[in-house]
Write a protein that binds this ligand. Structure first.
Ligand SMILES: [Zn+2]
Length: 316
């Protein structure tokens, strides 16, 4: 049975470090493919008796059609083509903490969900990374003397911001009317989302997935919630993989309950999946950002293997 080219599912993954690409032309639901496929360095065109579809790759991505080696038809999935590719190195991921933030600039902390200001005009003179959460265990293993830093928690002073693996620590005194107690939730006044918690009477911990820190003069960047959370978690995972040479993680709740087991497989993928459209020429748009479909961009992605642990699955 002939299949209209426009109905064929297309998926492209480019590995930036390996400079390779996997192009999948999905098998349609009805089965059977009758397509003339041609790949140029910058586009893919599919011709069937019923019509023709051309898909352009985003700027900065070029495939080498002559390098097509592993041509494979996988029943139920479709045609797999492996090619050499050229892709520019990945741009900076979205960060809750404005990368261009200079020390001594006045900053504000915003609730990422609704944009409400949580800390206004805080002058941060020192923005410092915290040692990893397993620091004490490492000191214990490597030193022949007791950990000299044990029981000396790091408390930021008024103009400090300490950056942990997944949180920011700031001094809480000047922003709250009454003395805050330890271990209480910090809730957004407007949308009631939990932004963090108080660690002690003078230290507040804000979760990176919940707040955005911006220079006070700048405007609050409006990033879709799921895109922001994905990007923050991806950046945390990439940083942890690099810093600790480990690729296996658990995602736990506040109560220590494990929700997901994660293995990071790679972090250099560029993933493109075109939206269906009735037009003859389609570009690969950013998956969520269909408003900018004309820009021909794509997702930077990390590839993970995961096992859910909810509902008593994977207890061991
Ligand atoms: Zn809010």
């Amino acid at each position: 049975m002939a299949v209209v080219a426009a109905e064929t599912r297309v998926f492209l993954e480019v590995r930036r470090r390996l400079q390779s690409a996997l192009l999948i032309l999905g098998e349609p639901d009805e089965g059977g493919m009758n397509l003339d496929i041609s790949v140029t360095p910058t586009s893919l065109s599919m011709r069937s008796p019923d019509g023709c579809t051309e898909i352009r790759f985003p700027a900065g991505v070029r495939l080498a059609p002559s390098s097509c080696g592993g041509l494979q038809y996988i029943s139920g999935d479709g045609l797999h083509l492996r090619l050499r590719a050229q892709a520019e190195s990945s741009p900076q991921p979205i960060s809750g903490f404005n990368q261009s933030l200079q020390a001594q600039e006045c900053c504000s902390f915003y609730c990422q969900s609704c944009g409400e200001v949580t800390i206004k005009d805080r002058k941060l003179l020192r923005v410092l990374p915290l040692p990893s959460e397993n620091w004490s265990a490492l000191v214990g293993e490597w030193c022949c003397h007791p950990d000299p830093f044990a029981n000396k928690p790091l408390h930021p002073r008024e103009n400090d911001c300490f950056v942990g693996d997944s949180f920011f620590l700031v001094n809480s005194r000047s922003d709250l009317e009454q003395e805050p107690k330890a271990n209480t939730k910090v809730i957004c006044k407007r949308c009631k989302v939990m932004l963090g918690e108080t660690v002690s009477s003078e230290t507040t911990k804000f979760y990176m997935t919940e707040v955005i820190v911006q220079p006070s003069e700048g405007s609050f960047p409006n990033i879709p919630r799921s895109q922001f959370v994905q990007s923050v978690i991806a950046r945390c995972l990439v940083e942890l993989c690099t810093a600790r040479s480990t690729f296996r993680f658990t995602i736990q709740g506040q109560d220590g309950k494990v929700y997901i087991l994660l293995w990071v497989l790679n972090s250099d993928s560029l993933v493109m999946e075109p939206l269906r459209s009735s037009g003859c020429i389609r570009k690969f748009p950013l998956l969520e950002d269909s408003l900018e479909a004309g820009s021909g961009s794509a997702w930077n992605a990390i590839k993970v293997l995961y096992q859910p642990c909810i509902k008593s699955r994977n207890k061991e």
